[in-house]
Design a protein around this ligand. Structure first.
Ligand code: DSN
Length: 409
């Protein structure tokens, strides 16, 4: 920070302010976390200075003796950790990782299936507003209206009728476990590739708190900065026979030089994720989400699916006198940062939806436990009741600050 201050005090001041903010609020966006100091240091290292188009020991530029070793280590750690035959660690993030999968195994115009964005899926799983819905023919599957759970029977029917070449499994706002085994069966029945995007739940798949996608999936994608606590990046894991197509799709198909500083930080994060402490962390993430859900239910909130199996809960604001956007805005004023989110079959638009999505990965990294989640559920209850009352928001803000000080970064 001293170096930045000397050169660019304006940016230094903004980084300092963001550092302070990240410590002073309850960060409950389920896709966010705190990377370790070792991961951040690797991200800020001189590896950022090097170009290295190609792959380890097969580069287009000279000067790679150390970069090759860094990337080879990241690849072997990714394979070992996830039990995968092949790994590519170069995708710049989750969306490019998914795009590379499309490029690797499909032709433009081919048929794909993914979970509807409105049901909790991801943009790159076939949404019309992303490349995936523009360059491929898409059928979307979704949830059972009564239960809010994935409707696997309907998914199978759609797959049989539509005959996609690729099926995406995975979600961004689904609070329950996903049955990768059933999805793998369906994919095999129709001769499609199964791609599991485990960006949100990668840690839980490693710790056994969520079923592992292998051996059911042909390809697995994940971001590295969510529960894995790495830098902002992506990974693709796959069967060995698909490896060369994936490599070609990432580079030169989609990207130029890999971000070597990020690759090093991914390697560090994967080393950290291989420890028993990381598994304990993931177990605690799930326990905390369960305690948060229970605390909210006891305070009269309606939750999508009635609770959670994983790291997130989705509040249905329809019984409240505010929208998801109103509640997320009021929560931020009270020091609780979450995001407004569509609920299944939401009658409201994405810009002002009926839900609020909350997660426990970042809070758990700070060391918070179940009793803290009960306290946070109480804060959220107070904010929901007094969302237009500045005195209430100020009071909760003070209590949130006190809680945050008990768990310094
Ligand atoms: N933007 C991520 C999330 O918040 O879930 C998904 O990519």
């Amino acid at each position: 920070m001293d170096q930045i201050s000397r050169v660019d005090p304006e940016i230094a001041q903004l980084i300092a302010a963001e550092t302070k903010r990240q410590g002073a609020v309850l960060r409950m966006i389920p896709s966010e976390n705190y990377a370790s100091p070792a991961v951040l240091a690797a991200t800020g290292s001189v590896l950022a200075n090097k170009y290295s188009e190609g792959y380890p020991f097969a580069r287009y530029y000279q000067g790679q003796p150390y970069i090759d070793k860094v990337e080879a280590l990241a690849i072997s750690r990714a394979k070992d950790l996830f039990g995968a035959e092949y790994a590519n660690v170069q995708p710049y993030s989750g969306s490019p990782a998914n795009m590379a999968v499309y490029f690797a195994v499909l032709q433009p115009g081919d048929k794909v299936m993914g979970m509807d964005l409105a049901a909790g899926g991801h943009l790159t799983h076939g949404s019309k507003v992303s490349f995936s819905g523009r360059f491929y023919q898409v059928a979307q599957y979704g949830l059972n209206r009564e239960t809010g759970l994935l409707d696997y029977d309907r998914m199978r029917e759609i797959a049989k009728e539509y005959q996609p070449k690729l099926i995406f499994a995975g979600a961004s706002s689904y609070p329950r476990a996903i049955d990768f085994a059933i999805m793998g069966e369906v994919a095999r029945e129709v001769g499609a590739y199964l791609v599991t995007d485990i960006s949100h739940i990668s840690g839980l798949c490693l710790s056994g708190d969520h079923p592992h996608p292998l051996p059911h999936a042909d390809l697995v994608t994940t971001t590295t900065h969510k529960m894995l606590r790495g830098p902002r990046g992506g990974l693709i894991l796959c069967r060995k026979d698909l490896g060369p197509s994936i490599d070609k799709a990432v580079f030169p198909g989609l990207q130029g030089g890999p971000h070597n500083n990020t690759t090093a930080a991914i390697a560090v994060a994967l080393k950290e994720a291989a420890t028993p402490e990381f598994a304990d962390y993931c177990h605690q993430v799930v326990k905390n989400a369960g305690a948060l859900a229970q605390g909210l239910l006891e305070r009269g909130f309606k939750l999508v699916t009635g609770g959670t199996d994983n790291h997130l809960v989705l509040i249905d604001c329809q019984p409240l006198d505010c929208s998801g956007k109103d509640l997320a805005g009021a929560l931020e004023k009270a020091g609780i940062v979450a995001n407004a989110n569509k609920i299944p079959f939401d009658p409201r638009p994405a810009q002002d939806p009926s839900g609020v999505r909350l997660g426990t990965p970042a809070l758990t990294t700070r060391g918070m436990q179940e009793e803290d989640m009960v306290e946070i559920a109480e804060f959220i209850g107070q904010v929901a009741r007094g969302w237009q009352d500045q005195a209430v928001l100020d009071k909760v803000f003070g209590a949130v600050g006190e809680l945050c000080r008990r768990y310094p970064l």
